[in-house]
Design a protein around this ligand. Structure first.
Ligand code: IMP
Length: 422
C-alpha cells in the first residue's frame, strides 16, 4: 500500500502528463486533486499525442482507475468531450472513472466573468476557463456541485438564483449582455444522463481502496508557484497545487501519505503574467521556446522561457516536502554551448535567505547565476544514466545539489520510451 502525491514544482507545464503515464503502471489509482480544464497534460504514446485537461492520464493505461476529486472544478462540456475523445480512441472510461459528488461545476457565467476580469487593468493572464470565478462561488457557498445534477428540481432553482445574481453584476456593473437562463438550464439539466454514472463518494472509495492494499497516486495540476497561498500572488491560479492541497482535494488524510514526488523541468517556463526572475527575453528565450515547443497545451499561448532556478526549486521543495523528482525536457538544452543556473537571489546587494512571494520584491531581485558547459549532443536516444555525456551528468548533479532533491527519473523526449530511470 502506498499513497504518493505528485506535484508540479515550478509554474506548471513541467511534463506531469508524461510522468503520471510512466508511473501509472506502479499505481492502482490516479486521483486528480485540484484545478480544472485550465490544465493540459500531454502524453505521447507510440506516434500519437493525447492532451487531457480533466481526466488523469492514468486512463491511458489498462487496469488503472482514475478519480477526479472534490477539489477539481469541472466544466461538464469539457468533461464529456474528453470522455468521448478517449472512447473514440479505444480507451475504456466507464467503470474506471470516479468523480467526487462534491466537485464543483463550472457554469457559463464563470467563463463570462473570467473574461470580463481579464479585459480590465487587474488581469492575471488566466486561461479563460472560468476557474477563479468558480472557486469564488465555492468559497462563497453559492457553488453548484456535481451531486446537484441528480436533483433536477433543486438544480433548476439553484441555476435560476445564480444566473439572476450574476446577470445583475454582468449588466449593472460591467455593462455587458446578460446570459439567457433558459439556455443554461437546457444544457445543465441534460448532463445528469451521462455524468450520473461516474458520481462517487470519493473519500469512502479511496479509504476502502487503501485498506484493500491498493496504491494511489494523487496528481496535482499547474505548479507550486501558481498556488493561491504559496505562489507569486496575485499571479496564481485559484486553487492549491502544492502537496497540501491533495488531502483537501480528494479527502485522503495526511497520515496516509507516504511520499511526495516533484516534476521539474530542466529549465523554467511560465504562461500568463507575473514575475519570472530567470526569464530570457529576446533570442535566447525564443530559441528555448522553439526547441521545447513551449506553447500552452490548453490555450496555445507561447510560454515564457528562462534558466533553471534552483533558489525557487529549494522553496518549492520546502513547501511541498519533495524528496525525489523527475527531470523533464533535458534534451531541449542540448543545443546550448553554456547553460546558466540561478543559485541565489540578491535584493539591495544582499543575498536573500528565503524566496520572496511579493511581486514588488520579485521584480527587484537580481538572480545570481553559475554557468555550466553544455553537452551539444543529441541525448534523445540514451536510455541509461551512464551513457549520458559527462556535462549532462554534471548539470544534473549541480541542479540536484543546489535544489536539495534527489533525481530518480530523467525524461529525454516526449515519448514513453524516452525515459531514464535511476
Ligand atoms: P487560471 O488558472 O485560468 O485562473 O489562470 C491563472 C494563472 O495560472 C495564469 O497565469 C495561467 O496562465 C496559469 N495557469 C493555469 N493553468 C495552468 C497550467 O496548466 N499550466 C501553466 N499555467 C497555468
Amino acid at each position: 500500500m502506498s499513497v504518493s502525491v505528485l506535484v508540479g514544482s515550478q509554474w506548471g507545464d513541467e511534463g506531469k502528463g508524461k510522468i503520471v503515464d510512466i508511473l501509472g503502471d506502479r499505481f492502482d489509482i490516479v486521483a486528480r486533486y485540484q484545478g480544472g480544464a485550465n490544465a493540459g497534460h500531454t502524453i505521447v504514446i507510440e506516434e500519437q499525442q493525447f492532451i487531457l485537461h480533466l481526466i488523469p492520464s492514468g486512463i491511458l493505461r489498462d487496469g488503472i482507475d482514475c478519480v477526479i476529486g472534490n477539489g477539481v472544478v469541472i466544466d461538464p462540456k469539457a468533461l464529456l468531450e474528453e470522455i468521448h475523445f478517449l472512447e473514440n480512441h479505444g480507451f475504456k472510461v466507464k467503470g474506471r472513472l470516479f468523480i467526487s459528488h462534491n466537485a464543483h461545476l463550472i457554469m457559463p457565467y464563470h467563463k463570462v466573468i473570467d473574461s470580463i476580469n481579464e479585459s480590465g487593468d487587474n488581469k492575471v493572464g488566466t486561461t479563460g476557463r472560468g476557474i477563479g470565478p468558480c472557486y469564488i462561488d465555492k468559497y462563497d457557498r453559492k457553488g453548484i456541485r456535481i451531486i446537484d445534477l441528480l436533483d433536477k428540481v433543486e438544480l433548476e432553482k439553484k441555476i435560476r438564483r445564480n444566473v439572476d445574481e450574476k446577470n445583475k453584476i454582468i449588466k449593472n456593473v460591467y455593462n455587458k449582455e446578460e446570459l439567457d437562463v433558459e439556455i443554461i438550464l437546457k444544457e445543465y439539466l441534460s448532463y445528469n444522463e451521462e455524468i450520473t454514472q461516474y458520481i462517487t463518494d470519493v473519500p469512502a472509495f479511496l479509504d476502502k481502496a487503501i485498506k484493500d492494499g491498493k496504491s494511489v497516486l494523487m496528481e496535482g495540476a499547474q505548479g507550486a508557484l501558481l498556488d493561491v497561498d504559496h505562489g507569486t500572488y496575485p499571479f496564481v491560479t485559484s486553487s492549491s497545487p502544492t502537496s497540501g492541497g491533495a488531502c483537501i482535494g480528494v479527502g485522503v488524510p495526511p497520515t496516509k501519505i507516504s511520499s511526495v514526488f516533484g516534476i521539474v523541468k530542466a529549465y523554467t517556463t511560465r504562461v500568463g503574467l507575473g514575475p519570472f526572475p530567470t526569464e530570457l527575453l529576446g533570442d535566447e528565450g525564443e530559441a528555448l521556446r522553439k526547441w521545447g515547443a513551449e506553447f500552452g497545451a490548453t490555450t496555445g499561448r507561447p510560454r515564457r522561457c528562462g534558466w533553471f532556478d534552483a533558489f525557487l526549486l529549494n522553496y518549492s521543495r520546502m513547501i511541498n516536502g519533495i524528496e525525489r523528482v523527475a527531470i523533464t525536457k533535458l534534451d531541449v538544452l542540448s543545443n546550448l554551448d553554456e547553460i546558466k543556473v540561478c543559485i541565489a537571489y540578491e535584493l539591495n546587494g544582499k543575498r536573500l535567505e528565503s524566496f520572496p512571494t511579493t511581486v514588488s520584491q520579485l521584480e527587484r531581485i537580481v538572480p545570481i547565476y553559475q554557468t555550466l558547459p553544455g553537452w551539444k549532443t543529441d541525448i534523445t536516444s540514451i536510455r541509461k544514466y551512464e551513457d549520458l555525456p559527462v556535462e549532462t551528468k554534471n548539470y544534473l548533479s549541480f541542479i540536484s545539489e543546489h535544489s536539495g532533491f534527489e533525481i530518480s527519473i530523467i525524461s529525454v523526449g516526449p515519448k514513453r520510451s524516452q525515459t531514464i530511470e535511476l
